[in-house]
Design a protein around this ligand. Structure first.
Ligand code: GDP
Length: 488
């Protein structure tokens, strides 16, 4: 029987308060309606307005998406190289960049952009992404169909691409004033290049008005640029209604969009059952990411985890002995733990097995603590489907945890706590690999992901602001990268 803490799995739970459409075939994507059985109820509720906008979006996607006559028409225009003056359907085509976490952040952001601007979201899914997620929109598809006129995404959409909005503006081939822009004289598509430091390239009201004239837009990004919309007066009213709880924007978007395919769900289920996670009273997720550009040595990183855990009581009773080794605590502490019989399951995710091995060793003799690690891939291999499937399964398993400890700056961790709706404990990045991070960790004030690439310039009321974090009350600095970045 499916594990659940609730007696009934009613429609409210199954459909996440109306977030999900009931119109899907259950077998084609088992994770979609079953996920809520594996989670504790979220403390966030989708607003009625969000639910209504999603249903309207789905209707538009069916009307304009692949397979529909309007889609055929729009593709013909794209093929002709000219933008049509009036088009019932407009599109945002997302193309992947960087690791899975980065991809999910930018895909979620692109969907919000599509919602706000009445575009239809389509996904360019190379083979390593194909089969990772279920279709999110009922009665249609978000995947670019075979025969789509743009094929060489990697070659076409680069920094220097003449189709990039930023480059068109710089070359003077397009005006920044929408009144001087005639839709039918525009090229058939525009490339919105929002990778890392370019997030401010197109978020002036004036830019948005020009961009609105393009029926086809290709978006490439590796950050959570959804935060940017909160700085734009034009979107603020709608965002307020969509997300009265500002902290839960990505949480709702991710739970709506990202459903692991049956293959990935199979991996999640296998681990869930093998580790008997249903039995645990508390599930603690520990995500240890050692970045190639910040190669923190094992002992430093492990020490940081222990300091964080001790300070905030995250892992059960880990104490450090004088000799630097870690033990299970005094025997009396252990005895009292046993008496309570509270079972804690610690889920470690990392590319390496050494953290798991050390922690597993610490709790080896404690029957109330179980330690697991699904895989240790050794290195990032974003181009391999199997590798990505395991990565998604682990993000998902982490997101089933009650408490989550993540590594600063890791988008992998952002997705996990965002999906979970849990404020993570963030292991702070030390100033250098050998230096000590102080404090070892802080609890994030939000479940939102961090933007990581604060805009250098903005427009209108916020033009010239030096501190984006002080502009609107719900945009704040991230905890994890020395006050430079922001979260919505
Ligand atoms: P970030 O680099 O930490 O921001 O996260 P990304 O997800 O964008 O890129 C890191 C990639 O490395 C992941 O997508 C995985 O492919 C791989 N990876 C990193 N950490 C883990 C892990 O704990 N488990 C697995 N299975 N893969 C990981």
């Amino acid at each position: 029987p499916p594990p659940t803490t609730r007696h009934e799995h009613d429609d409210q739970d199954r459909l996440i308060g109306g977030l999900l459409s009931p119109a899907f075939d259950e077998q084609s994507c088992r994770s979609r309606y079953a996920s809520s059985l594996y989670r504790r109820p979220s403390r966030f509720r989708p607003s009625n307005h969000l639910v209504e906008r999603l249903r309207r979006y789905e209707a538009r996607h069916r009307r304009c998406g692949p397979g529909a006559p309007l889609f055929k028409e729009a593709v013909e225009h794209l093929r002709s190289g000219r933008n049509a003056a009036r088009s019932e359907c407009q599109y945002a085509v997302w193309t992947p960049f960087n690791g899975l976490g980065n991809r999910m952040l930018s895909l979620g952001s692109t969907f919000l952009y599509a919602l706000l601007t009445d575009r239809v979201l389509l996904v360019h899914a190379p083979q390593e992404l194909d089969g990772l997620f279920c279709e999110p929109f009922p009665g249609s598809s978000w995947t670019l169909p075979a025969g789509f006129p743009i094929t060489d995404f990697a070659g076409t959409f680069t920094m220097r691409s003449p189709t990039s909005y930023k480059n068109m503006r710089q070359a003077g081939s397009i005006s920044g004033d929408h009144r001087n822009v005639t839709a039918e004289r525009l090229p058939a598509y525009v490339f919105l290049d929002l990778i890392q430091s370019f997030t401010d390239a197109a978020f002036c009201e004036a830019d948005q008005r020009v961009l609105a004239k393009f029926n086809w837009m290709v978006v490439k990004s590796d950050v959570y640029f959804a935060s940017m919309f909160f700085l734009m007066p034009a979107y603020q009213g709608e965002l307020e209604r969509l997300f009265p709880e500002k902290e839960a924007v990505f949480h709702h978007l991710a739970r709506y969009l990202f459903h692991p395919s049956n293959d990935v769900w199979g991996i999640v289920r296998r681990y869930y059952d093998a580790y008997d996670l249903a039995r645990a009273d508390e599930r603690v997720g520990l995500q240890v990411r050692v970045f190639p550009e910040m190669p923190v040595p094992f002992e430093n990183m492990y020490g940081q985890i222990v300091r964080c855990s001790q300070r905030h009581g995250l892992l059960p009773k880990v104490v450090q002995r004088e000799d630097g080794a870690v033990s299970n605590g005094s025997s009396s502490a252990m005895a009292s733990e046993s008496r309570r019989k509270k079972l804690t399951s610690i889920l470690v995710t990392s590319l390496f097995s050494e953290y798991y091995e050390r922690i597993h060793g610490v709790y080896d003799t404690n029957p109330n603590v179980e330690v697991h690690q699904p895989s240790h891939e050794g290195e990032q291999r974003t181009e391999a489907l199997g590798h990505n499937q395991r990565a998604l399964a682990e993000i998902y398993l982490l997101s089933l945890c009650d408490r989550i400890v993540t590594t600063a700056v890791s988008t992998f961790g952002y997705i996990a706590h965002g999906l979970a709706g849990v404020r993570p404990w963030v292991l702070l990045r030390p100033p250098s690999p050998e230096a000590r991070a102080e404090p070892a960790c802080v609890q994030s004030k939000t479940v939102e992901p961090c933007l990581q690439a604060p805009p250098r310039g903005m427009c209108g009321a916020v033009e010239g602001a030096t501190d984006m974090g002080a502009l609107v009350p719900y945009v704040r600095h991230c905890e994890d990268s020395h006050g430079e970045s922001q979260a919505a």
